[in-house]
Design a protein around this ligand. Sequence first.
Ligand code: MD5
Ligand code: FE
Length: 203
Amino acid sequence: HDQSLAPGAIILSGFARPIDSGLLTAVAEVAEAAPFRNMTTPGGWRMSVAMTNCGEAGWVTDRSGYRYDPRDPETKTPWPAMPAVFRDLAARAADRAGFPGFQPDACLINRYAPGAKLSLHQDKDEADFGQPIVSVSLGLPATFLWGGTTRSERPRRIRLTHGDIAVWGGPARLTFHGVDTLRDGDHPATGPFRYNLTFRRAR
Ligand code: MD5
Ligand code: FE
């Protein structure tokens, strides 16, 4: 069932579950060509979330800032192509949430091990905030922190579990958000990890 959080923000519970093994196989294939790594923030901190990308552009951070880059800075080669199973799922989820015609050009893959977290932030590195963001949760459950339009608003805590998809668009697109510290666990599909696939139109 679909859960509307606010205008533009919707959770499609279990939407990705029927194809979870195909998605995880594709994650492993991407990671073979572009390994997960812990990037450095502009302020010099090593991120606890390990990341890789596929698609025409990948989100990266280093001492010089955040950006979308057509190449993996580690291998200096283009990111792996976005698997069809990713692209099709993102388009179907966006359509269901009321954003027809979504064609992502970037997929950031976040890998959370127990202890990893993502601090409150806005996604502002994309060219057109009129485009939604589709986020697919796989593996261990996480507490998603859903704030307001300012950093100071106390966030709502939302449980995201294996196969859930969240779509953020329209008036919700620039909401502050984060992920609380991942708890220990052992998931049948992913073992000690949570993966999040974040589909964006970067350019
Ligand atoms: C995650 N990743 O669970 C989340 C899922 C990131 C990130 O936040 O930047 O890699 S995407 C959640 C999201 C994206 C855009 C807008 C909103 C939430 N929102 O309006 O709440 O690893
Ligand atoms: Fe984000």
